[in-house]
Design a protein around this ligand. Structure first.
Ligand SMILES: [Zn+2]
Length: 219
């Protein structure tokens, strides 16, 4: 029986919209653009990755959501990469009852000109203390960085507890571990003939950089 102490769960779709509201308020999430993607399809939505973590109160709120989801899983380490993910990882660790350490891996170019994640040697000792790891990222597009982080944890003898992120661009993106993303939303795209922005005569607002995956104007 729902009560004030035990409120009924908020349906996922509404929760997702509330969470997108947080991102809208940071200025990172834009819904009023007119972007021509590399595939030739058009979209109005854009997530500016660099803006997600510019307001500490919002970053803490996002970290808190991820930490709350995994609060019953004991953690030793939060593992991240990059600047934005590092800030979110810090906030997740701060809010998690296990008080895990926060560590990061760096993205490095490999001999065959790919990129892979590398753990600074100073962090190796932390895996001897238990090694229950929550992987934290900001925006998941292909999931490749997370797959590399999973392999890294495996190679260190650690145990992946789960994957937490702010935004997952595809609901079909899954790993073999529990995952929580604050927002799960693919970018809605339109064929030029069906594009509402084209029909209104809105000029396009952003160029998609060469090499960017479709649906991800920034990367
Ligand atoms: Zn258009």
């Amino acid at each position: 029986m729902p009560s004030r102490d035990n409120p009924p769960p908020i349906p996922g779709e509404i929760l997702d919209r509330l969470h997108r509201g947080i991102l809208l308020r940071t200025g990172a999430y834009r819904t009023d653009e007119h972007i021509v993607l590399r595939s030739g399809r058009h979209t109005a939505e854009f997530v500016a990755k660099a803006l997600v973590t510019t307001e500490p109160t919002f970053t803490e709120g996002l970290g808190d959501l991820v930490a709350t989801h995994f609060s019953r899983s004991p953690l030793d380490l939060v593992l991240t990469t990059g600047h934005g993910a590092g800030l979110i990882g810090h906030c997740v660790a701060r809010a998690h009852p296990s008080r895990p350490r926060v560590i990061f891996a760096t993205k490095e170019r490999t001999a065959d000109n790919q990129t892979d994640v590398v753990l600074p040697p100073e962090y190796r000792a932390f895996f001897a203390e238990g090694g229950r790891v929550l992987i934290v990222e900001d925006i998941l597009t292909t999931g490749e960085t997370v797959r590399q982080l999973i392999r890294l944890v495996d190679s260190m003898g650690g145990q992946v507890v789960g994957v937490g992120a702010v935004w997952r661009r595809s609901a079909s993106l899954q790993f073999k571990y529990p995952m929580f993303t604050v927002v799960t939303r693919p970018v809605p795209t339109y064929a030029p003939a069906d594009c509402p922005m084209c029909q209104r005569g809105t000029p396009s607002t952003r160029e998609v950089p060469a090499g960017a995956p479709d649906g991800d104007p920034e990367e």
